[in-house]
Write a protein that binds this ligand. Structure first.
Ligand code: ZN
Length: 657
């Protein structure tokens, strides 16, 4: 998902117009090459879905045959299922959390959505509808019906299959949380009963929270979608067939393999733009479903998508699916935009999007990135959201910087520019690090964050800067190799944060626990400042000591650096003197402060902590440098007016929202 700040965007648009090796999966050889004939994942689930959309009533009547392959290594008798659409009901956990965020939040009837399971039959065990019960593993909120479980009369032995046949009815909400309808547009996500994941020796099937996403097992999805004849349909996977029916509808069949979710979209108003791209795993069909009014953005989408495909293929690994589908929601449908599903994602733009606001490109780079970190490397989004959002946002920044230039990859106007890293820091368009620096660690489950702002800041902005700082520690090339290794090793599995962190340590050959324990597991503030900086003539009886060679006046200079926060990080210090000489210092940062003393025939001009800007997690950059006030040149060198403006604006927006 993208965490974008549309209020900030509208202001800007207005401004612009005004002015250790695991066993490799069977399908992978040691070089990481994939063969399309073999399955890419260990297939736990096989879903056969049939759905009929009623465009007038905004309902879907559907059935599902789920074959679950018990690879848990033990007998299983109780199976939990996600019923995500029930989040859109008054008093659900999602609704309660939304209201806690914003007391003016109104759960108006058009936002109501639901999924009603009418019947559940288990092959060989009969109708078990009466055995369904709602459970609330996270918060005991009895009004929350987003997780259902059913206990079978007898257990399913390890290695055996069990087949569930479920009939259900969806009532779609007007788009909320990336799902629902808007006028003639339907974005149908999280719409079918989805079995939980057996993970770490237990069922993992969390309730749907205001700030959480999803987690599911890999397998196959066959879906027959029946819609009015005039609808243009897009979905996860590939089209198998389209058959006209006698009642004015048609049935479009899709098949997706080695994915863990199935979502689809339909609208009679889409304009279809098709293209293709060839990468390391062969040709990829590009299908873009563009809403009226966004046609001018489609060329921008396509350039960003091909650029993202290219960079991910080169840096991370091959995109192994046949197709990628981009869905552009209609105007007013921003709530449906910026969302990822396997092989399909939703984009974002709006009318008269100025070229200088790179939102369409950012969303494409971000959501396409999720095809890797979510789609293939399928981490637990409920419990470790930063592993997909943070790594994806970091890759979004790398791709955007490579495609559009480091300094202008977010905004590119004559009067102002803004780059990805700076935006992930201040959060002008995205959820910036500075919005919430010390409430929650990266390692916290998604629903336990202090609030929505903290969730966004800690799962998007902070990991971008955490990873960018890590890149400075181990080097850009090593960082790239670490991500590439992580991807190849864990694609089509459910790795944890320790799998990621250990891979980085292994590839880099560094023990990075000192960093991870603070940046990933901790909430300590990182802030270094110049505590003292001054020069005085060295006194002697005749009014000042002279140096022995040139007879020049000697000055004694003191520069003290303080570690204001509890985050310990080694820092460099650059001290510049009036004769152009420079002293470079390196401090381990362990103590609270350190003082340097220089006796030189020159006065202090400036002192700057971290002159190469490696420590991107430092929360306050203003206090990192000191300049002798009259030295205008040095001021211009070190400070940057736009940095100032964006930091200030970021703080203001953080305060406003
Ligand atoms: Zn995202």
């Amino acid at each position: 998902m993208g965490k974008f700040r549309f209020t900030a965007l509208l202001v800007l648009a207005w401004l612009a117009i005004g002015q250790p090796a695991r066993a490799l999966p069977a399908n992978q050889d040691k070089s990481g090459a994939l063969t399309k004939q073999q399955s890419l994942s260990t297939r736990v689930v096989a879903y056969k879905l049939e759905a009929k959309l009623d465009v007038a009533k905004k309902t879907i009547t559907a059935s599902e045959i789920l074959t679950y392959h018990n690879l848990t290594g033990q007998p299983q008798q109780t199976f939990p299922f996600h019923l995500y659409l029930n989040a859109f009901q008054p008093h659900s956990t999602f609704a309660e959390e939304a209201e806690r965020e914003d007391s003016s939040f109104e759960w108006t009837p058009e936002k109501h959505g639901s999924i009603t399971v009418e019947r559940i039959v288990v092959a060989g065990m009969g109708d078990l509808t009466g055995r369904m019960q709602f459970v609330q593993p996270d918060d005991d909120n009895a009004a929350d019906h987003t997780v259902m479980q059913v206990t079978l009369p007898e257990p399913v032995p390890p290695g055996a299959d069990v087949q569930f046949t479920v009939t259900f009815v969806d009532k779609l909400p007007q788009v909320v949380a990336r799902t629902g309808y808007l006028r003639d547009f339907f974005m149908v996500g999280q719409w079918f009963p989805k079995v939980g994941v057996w993970w770490k020796g237990a069922w993992n099937c969390h309730q749907f929270h205001f700030n959480t996403e999803f987690f599911a097992d890999f397998g196959t999805f066959d879906a027959k979608l029946t819609v009015p004849k005039n609808e243009i349909v897009g979905a996860v996977g590939d089209v198998v067939s389209t058959v006209g029916n006698t009642d004015g509808t048609k049935t479009v069949e899709f098949r997706a393999e080695d994915v863990h979710d199935f979502a689809w979209t339909a609208s009679p108003s889409f304009q279809v733009v098709e293209d293709s791209w060839t990468g390391g795993a062969g040709p990829v069909k590009i299908r873009m479903l563009i809403s009226p009014g966004s046609v001018s953005s489609s060329a921008r989408y396509l350039t960003a998508l091909k650029g993202s495909l290219r960079h991910f293929d080169a840096w991370i690994g091959p995109y192994p699916y046949n197709q990628i589908t981009l869905v552009d929601p209609p105007h007013g449908g921003l709530m449906a935009g910026g969302m990822e599903y396997p092989t399909l994602f939703t984009a974002d733009t709006f009318w008269y999007m100025p070229k200088g606001v790179l939102l369409p490109e950012i969303v494409v780079a971000h959501e396409f990135g999720h095809e890797y970190f979510y789609g293939m490397v399928a981490t637990n989004e409920f419990e470790e959201a930063w592993l997909d959002e943070g790594i994806t946002s970091y890759m979004e920044a790398k791709v955007m910087d490579a495609l559009y230039g480091k300094e202008q990859s977010i905004l590119n106007f004559r009067f102002a520019t803004l780059g990805e890293l700076e935006d992930h820091r201040v959060g002008l368009l995205s959820s910036g690090y500075l919005h919430s620096t010390d409430t929650d660690p990266l390692s916290r489950p998604g629903w336990r964050f202090f609030d929505d702002t903290a969730y966004g800041s800690v799962n998007y902005g902070k990991p971008v800067l955490m990873l960018a700082t890590l890149e400075k520690i181990i080097g850009e090339e090593t960082m790239r190799r670490a991500l590439h290794t992580y991807f190849l090793r864990y694609r089509f599995t459910h790795p944890t944060r320790e799998d990621f962190l250990k891979t980085v340590e292994e590839v880099s050959g560094h023990d990075l626990r000192w960093y991870f324990s603070q940046a990933v597991y901790g909430t300590n503030i990182l802030d270094y400042r110049i505590l003292d900086a001054r020069s005085d003539p060295l006194s002697s009886s005749d009014g000042g000591k002279k140096d022995s060679t040139g007879g020049r006046q000697l000055f004694r200079t003191f520069v003290a650096v303080q570690r204001k926060g509890d985050f310990v990080f080694p820092v460099d210090l650059k001290v510049t003197f009036s004769d152009g000489s420079i002293a470079m210092e390196h401090w381990d940062g362990q103590d609270r402060w350190i003082r340097y003393q220089y006796d030189r025939p020159a006065e202090l001009v400036s002192a700057e902590i971290d002159p190469e800007h490696k420590v991107l997690l430092d929360v306050n950059l203003y206090n990192n440098s000191y300049m002798v006030p009259e030295d205008r040149q040095a001021i211009q060198k070190i400070s940057n007016i736009w940095t100032f403006v964006t930091e200030w604006l970021g703080q203001l927006l953080a305060w406003l929202t």
